[in-house]
Design a protein around this ligand. Structure first.
Ligand SMILES: Nc1ncnc2c1ncn2[C@@H]1O[C@H](COP(=O)(O)OP(=O)(O)OP(=O)(O)O)[C@@H](O)[C@H]1O
Ligand SMILES: [Mg+2]
Length: 457
């Protein structure tokens, strides 16, 4: 436990994924906060006075003045020029399970990451702030903070993270650690091959003695959210059914199996497409997590069709007994080209492989001497490895793909642990006595600037 100002304080560990955020205290078994990374926001325009010819970018607030983005006002005293009124966009954010799900006219919903990297920095900052202030009830300036990053994060992004930690949140110390390293630590390993199948991304990467081997990173934008989207698409194609989320249901009556829902809608004006889609994805998640499975052997339609049907009722009353669909849709994880119902625009022309091939390609890119150790220390992390049958299927595919290799898969046994493996690794790492000298201290940041992050982390 690091000591700051003579007191022992717990470090904070924050893992902001594309779909879920985990935040809590180092040394604990589970994160205290676990909430969706997708946040709501309402954009509006404000007028600001500017005197320079170049318009200034708005800067973020110090967080204590509500959710609006503040705008730097031109200092009229410094110049003779007449201030020019310009329009700037400002956003009010709604972060957390309840806030981001509550219906509001004009509220858009999105996430801060794109392909595993921070794209919307303003939103990322709001999520960090919400986790620390609202959910953990602590002050940023009193706790060292460790955050996770994708294995393929860039130097520029890391520099922005370290600046955010010290400039915006006034952290006493900071560390950023790659997700595969954290996931390996979370299962008690310093060396291993980590497959992480999360919300937006699936990636495989070798970790050796606590370091990611960059040349072994194999990744693609195919995770659990695409599985959910494909379920919605399949229900539309096969049953002409479009899910109505709870926010738009005023009343409903029971209907027979596969019949159109009998609902009265609110018909709320101002509902955005992104909010509607997010609510649909949340609603279909329950269907996915309670009925979908992966076949233990390579896909066989006869086997899938012979499995027991599972009944399910959606929030709008539409109900069905699901047969092979509950196997064929998640099969896109292992056989994307064949089982994709409708390819999203972002994946047009992008070659996709099964998650087992990500692992095989990653192992093949590693040094021959290290390979046996990697194969016997494979780590499965991420919520989308939780489909029943996933571990057995992965074992079969790897045994077929790497004949003669001694393959051993390690995955936390409980569902909860598998969803937080990387966070748990951070919790273990940040609470080690020996980790003390690894933190970037404020003094080091002030002396060396943001570039220190590439030297220390
Ligand atoms: N029991 C389950 N069965 C199947 N899928 C599940 C289960 N539990 C969670 N998931 C899916 O796992 C995904 C979230 O996984 P995870 O929390 O590891 O992702 P993330 O860290 O937010 O995303 P990424 O790592 O891609 O940035 C979601 O798509 C969710 O629906
Ligand atoms: Mg993740």
């Amino acid at each position: 436990m690091p000591t700051y100002g003579g007191d022992d304080v717990n470090a904070l560990v924050i893992d902001i994924g594309s779909t879920w955020t985990r935040a809590g205290f180092a040394g604990e078994d589970l994160p205290k906060a676990y909430f969706p990374s997708h946040a709501g926001y309402i954009e509006s325009e404000i007028e600001v006075a500017e005197t320079s010819d170049e318009p200034k970018e708005p800067t973020a607030t110090n967080g204590d003045t509500g959710s609006d983005k503040d705008v730097e006002m031109a200092d009229e005293a410094q110049t003779d020029k007449q201030p020019v009124m310009r329009k700037k966009k400002t956003r009010k954010y709604y972060v957390g399970d309840t806030e981001s799900a509550a219906w509001r006219a004009g509220m858009e919903v999105s996430g801060p990451l794109k392909q595993g990297l921070v794209e919307d920095w303003d939103m990322y900052e709001r999520i960090w702030e919400y986790a620390v202030k609202t959910r953990l009830h602590v002050k940023s300036e009193e706790h060292p903070v460790m955050v996770s990053e994708a294995a393929w994060n860039t130097s520029a992004h890391r520099a922005k993270l370290v600046e955010m930690a010290f400039e915006r949140f006034s952290c006493p110390a900071f560390y950023v650690c790659k997700t595969p390293v954290l996931a390996a630590f979370g299962t008690g390993k310093h060396t291993g091959l980590v497959l992480d199948v999360g919300g937006d991304m699936a990636s495989a990467c070798a970790v050796s003695e606590g370091f990611c081997l960059t040349k072994t990173i194999c990744k693609q934008e195919l995770g659990g959210e695409l599985v959910s989207q494909q379920i919605l698409e399949k229900l539309k194609q096969e049953n002409s059914y479009e899910l109505t989320p709870l926010f738009d249901i005023k009343s409903k009556a029971p209907v027979d199996i596969l019949q159109k829902p009998a609902i009265l809608r609110y018909g709320r004006q101002g509902t955005t497409e992104s909010y509607l889609q997010d609510m649909r994805l949340r609603a279909v998640q329950e269907f996915k997590e309670s009925t979908c499975e992966i076949l233990e052997r390579p896909y066989d339609e006869g086997v899938a069709a012979g499995r027991p049907l599972k009944p399910f009722e959606f929030p709008d009353g539409f109900n069905m007994s699901t047969g092979s669909l509950r196997y064929s849709v998640p099969e896109i994880l292992f056989n994307p080209e064949k089982f994709m119902v409708s390819r999203p625009k972002s994946l047009e022309g992008v070659p996709l492989v099964g998650v087992h091939d990500l692992v095989i390609n990653s192992a093949t890119a590693s040094d021959v001497d290290l390979r046996p150790q990697l194969l016997s220390n494979m780590v499965l992390a991420g919520g989308s490895t939780l489909f029943p049958g996933f571990v057995d299927r992965m074992t079969v595919m790897l045994q077929n793909g790497i004949p003669g290799g001694r393959i051993k898969l390690h995955a936390p046994s409980t569902n909860t642990e598998r969803k937080v493996t990387a966070w748990l690794g951070g919790s273990i790492l940040a609470s080690l006595g020996t980790f003390h000298q690894l933190w970037i201290s404020r003094a080091e940041y002030e002396e060396h600037g943001a570039a220190i992050v590439d030297k220390k982390c």
